[in-house]
Design a protein around this ligand. Structure first.
Ligand SMILES: *[C@@H]1O[C@H](CO)[C@@H](O)[C@H](O)[C@H]1NC(C)=O
Ligand SMILES: *[C@@H]1O[C@H](CO)[C@@H](O)[C@H](O)[C@H]1NC(C)=O
Ligand SMILES: *[C@@H]1O[C@H](CO)[C@@H](O)[C@H](O)[C@H]1NC(C)=O
Length: 399
């Protein structure tokens, strides 16, 4: 009955966003239809976040579950991906947020404010493909991050104009050299998620037999000539390592090394960069804002990224050849989103009563660089909410 009602709501919402000559009555209708207390909400146990169509497709028409049983149109989602998709019982849902930081932030924020869902106990599984560092992993590898770092939120000099002593044209904001901790902080630079949950997800993912292809094998073999790239030349596996977010799809060894350092610097030496993507800090900021008003639980987030292309060339290859050539990594990275991700989803569903309903207590700091959810970040300058001195300093920081 509740589900039928929701379907009806989905239909009405779809109908009401069509062009109308009377916008005030439309607003009125939407207000009535979406009045939260009048609607039975779905309580998904797992919400899968995809970023573009091919990632979304890996969750459709699969043997394990059918998220196309219910399509729920959510105002505020991407115009190209307007629906959330859920199983018949609403326990597993998926949406495609759209690519880049703006799409990702707005889509997730809209989801959190949709009256169709109660997300307070939901586990969010970010499941996307990414550029991969051959120092840590390879094409088709499945990585789980503890830290997400917004690496291009910095000053940028064109490398041709940078001071000669700088190793890169990127300099943290408010600082004067690439290796100085940023002094002007926006709040989205670093997020840390639940490491205990990450370890459980890694355990689930390791039960999967990962996909690999001849094309990916042939390409990664080139990386064997550099001992630093041994992981890049090895078969795909499940790896714990951290992710870098940037709207700019950067590429090449020099930027890769610069952003490796940024991840290490911004996490006070704790984070190990391995993947580069265009959305995670945006998704995480939206979830953080939702957690501040108790719409979601920030300790229920899993960041899974699979390697689709190397972030830098192999020995003797140019950066352009690496970027514009075909590494063969796209297929196994997409396949492994589903192959490994489904084990994570099933692990949570199967362990719901014993473990996941009540939650997995984090033993690490969980939240943003500001300390917005309470606690003292174990990286960065400290909570701006709990330490009056730092709070004052941060208010002064633009003077
Ligand atoms: C949900 O949407 C998909 C296309 O995105 C479609 O294939 C499927 O049939 C829809 N499900 C229902 C129940 O209408
Ligand atoms: C990986 O998936 C492709 C299809 O996308 C398939 O051709 C190949 O055999 C798979 N490899 C393994 C090792 O499962
Ligand atoms: C992180 O490093 C910065 C710069 O060195 C320092 O100011 C800050 O106190 C460190 N934070 C933690 C939690 O260690």
């Amino acid at each position: 009955m509740a589900l039928a009602l929701l379907l009806a709501i989905g239909t009405l919402v779809s109908a009401s966003i069509l062009p109308s000559t009377d916008s005030s009555s439309l607003r009125h209708d939407l207000g009535n239809i979406l009045e939260p207390e009048k609607v039975s909400k779905l309580n998904p146990k797992v919400f899968i976040v995809s970023l573009f169509d091919a990632e979304g497709d890996t969750w459709y028409n699969i043997p394990e579950f059918n998220v196309l049983a219910h399509n729920i149109t959510i105002p505020g989602l991407s115009p190209v991906f307007p629906d959330a998709h859920c199983t018949q019982d609403g326990s597993i849902c998926q949406l495609t947020a759209g690519e880049g930081e703006i799409n990702a932030a707005v889509s997730i924020s809209s989801l959190l404010h949709s009256p169709a869902f109660d997300l307070r106990k939901t586990y969010f599984l970010i499941a996307g493909i990414a550029g991969i560092s051959p120092k840590v992993a390879t094409l088709g590898s499945v990585t789980f991050a503890r830290f997400a770092v917004q690496v291009t939120l910095q000053y940028e000099f064109d490398a041709r104009e940078k001071p000669v002593e700088f190793s890169t044209g990127y300099v943290p904001q408010g600082s004067f050299a690439p290796d100085q901790y940023p002094r002007e902080i926006y709040g989205t630079e670093v997020f840390e998620v639940n490491d205990a949950l990450r370890k459980l997800a890694v355990g689930f993912a390791k039960t999967a037999t990962l996909n690999d292809t001849g094309a990916a094998q042939a390409y990664r073999a080139n990386y064997a000539s550099n001992p630093a790239f041994l992981s890049g030349a090895s078969p795909p596996s499940v790896v714990q390592c951290d992710t870098a977010t940037s709207d700019t799809f950067w590429t090449g060894a020099l930027l890769a090394e610069a952003f490796e350092n940024t991840v290490r610097l911004f996490t006070n030496g704790t984070g190990e960069y391995c993947t580069t993507q265009q959305e995670d800090n945006a998704v995480l900021e939206a979830l953080l804002r939702g957690a501040m008003t108790k719409r979601v639980d920030f300790s229920r987030i899993i960041i899974m990224r699979t390697g689709s292309n190397f972030d830098r060339p192999f020995l003797g290859q140019s950066a352009a050849e690496n970027r514009f050539g075909d590494s063969g990594g796209f297929t196994p990275s997409l396949n492994n989103l589903h192959i490994a991700g489904v084990k994570v989803v099933e692990g949570i569903i199967d362990g719901w009563d014993t473990t996941f309903a009540r939650g997995v207590s984090p033993s690490n700091y969980v939240g943003d660089i500001f300390g917005s959810l309470g606690g003292e970040p174990d990286f960065g300058p400290g909570s701006i909410f709990e330490q009056q001195t730092i709070s004052r300093r941060s208010r002064r920081r633009r003077v």
